[in-house]
Design a protein around this ligand. Structure first.
Ligand SMILES: [Zn+2]
Ligand SMILES: [Zn+2]
Length: 322
């Protein structure tokens, strides 16, 4: 059996991280090209096929306009949340005095922050900065990220405290769009395969067939990822924490104790806290393509004091590097 020395594995890991960092813009370009292909196919073939404009029939016009409004709404939501996922900094350890993660900190802010961090006992082994709870070091970005979830090559960015909401809404709207495209595009797809039938659209048949197959496969994969992230949201965990908590659960069980996630306040509250709706912003903002910041600064987290914790501490096994 092939076995690699830890040092070899470590350098392979470093090469992979470097490759992901360099290939960032390529991934974004691929995503933009694929989404654009789907959008063009939709508006030039699928939409005209599904929504027929009949000037003598009022309901066909109403149907046409409703379809058009819905289609534009979905397109805007996908574009907005994708743009925001890419351009919003996920939240570094040192943030400027304005509290906006996109502002670079000045020296004064750094000293103030470091002073504040006296209360955090942990320090990152990689970047040597104080490490707040729920923060993790990203080996691709080479820095610690607040409430780090994972590094996503498709946005060439970390998914963290400040952009996780945009990232999840991007995936949600794209999954809905894929499902919608699959339902409406089914007939045009079948037509595109009947090469002896008449083809009235300017877009070549293979593009329509390809877009349909992409929508189905990407929709299934994204839908699965979406469900996974919603599970994490309602259970108040990040991807990193899920694995840590799984270990903590089994360890607590071995000791005859019950493990309680200290950041969880129940399904509804966890959902509200993640999307920052309920007290700060109205719930309907989830359905709007508008910028909404996360709740809290991502460094200090409220913990569930009513629960009794097990003696298993996440710090006992949590790795610095993710
Ligand atoms: Zn770090
Ligand atoms: Zn990263």
């Amino acid at each position: 059996m092939l076995s690699l020395k830890p040092s070899v594995l470590f350098s392979l890991d470093k090469i992979a991280s470097r490759a992901i960092a360099i290939a960032g813009p390529v991934f974004i370009l691929i995503a933009v090209v694929l989404i654009s292909l789907a959008v063009i196919t939709y508006y030039s073939v699928v939409f005209p096929y599904a929504f027929v404009w009949d000037k003598d029939y009022i309901w066909s016009k109403v149907n046409y306009y409703l379809g058009l409004i819905w289609s534009i709404y979905l397109t805007v939501c996908i574009a907005f949340h994708y743009y925001m996922s890419i351009t919003t900094k996920p939240g570094g350890i040192l943030i400027g005095g304005t509290g906006d993660p996109n502002d670079d900190p000045v020296l004064h802010d750094i000293f103030v922050e470091l002073e504040e961090y006296q209360e955090f006992p942990k320090t990152c082994k990689k970047c040597h900065l104080p490490k707040p709870e729920r923060a993790h070091h990203c080996s691709v970005c080479k820095r610690c990220v607040l409430r780090f979830d994972h590094h996503c090559p498709w946005i060439a960015n970390c998914v963290g405290h400040y952009n996780h909401r945009y990232f999840l809404l991007f995936m949600t709207y794209l999954t809905i769009a894929c499902a919608y495209f699959t339902i409406l595009g089914w007939q045009p797809f079948l037509l595109s395969l009947e090469f002896d039938s008449e083809w009235e659209w300017w877009m070549p048949r293979p593009y329509v067939a390809l877009t349909f197959l992409l929508a189905v496969s990407i929709g299934v994969a994204l839908g699965g990822m979406c469900l996974w992230h919603y599970y994490l949201v309602v259970s108040a965990q990040t991807t990193v924490e899920f694995y840590n908590n799984r270990y903590a659960k089994s360890e607590a069980k071995r000791r005859g104790e019950a493990f309680v996630n200290p950041y969880s306040f129940g399904i509804v509250n966890n959902f509200k806290q993640f999307f920052n709706v309920g007290s700060n912003y109205p719930i309907y903002t989830i359905f709007l393509p508008i910028p909404i910041p996360p709740s809290g600064n991502g460094k200090v987290w409220q913990k569930n004091a009513t629960q009794r914790y097990s003696t298993v501490q996440v710090d006992e096994y949590s790795e610095d590097d993710e």
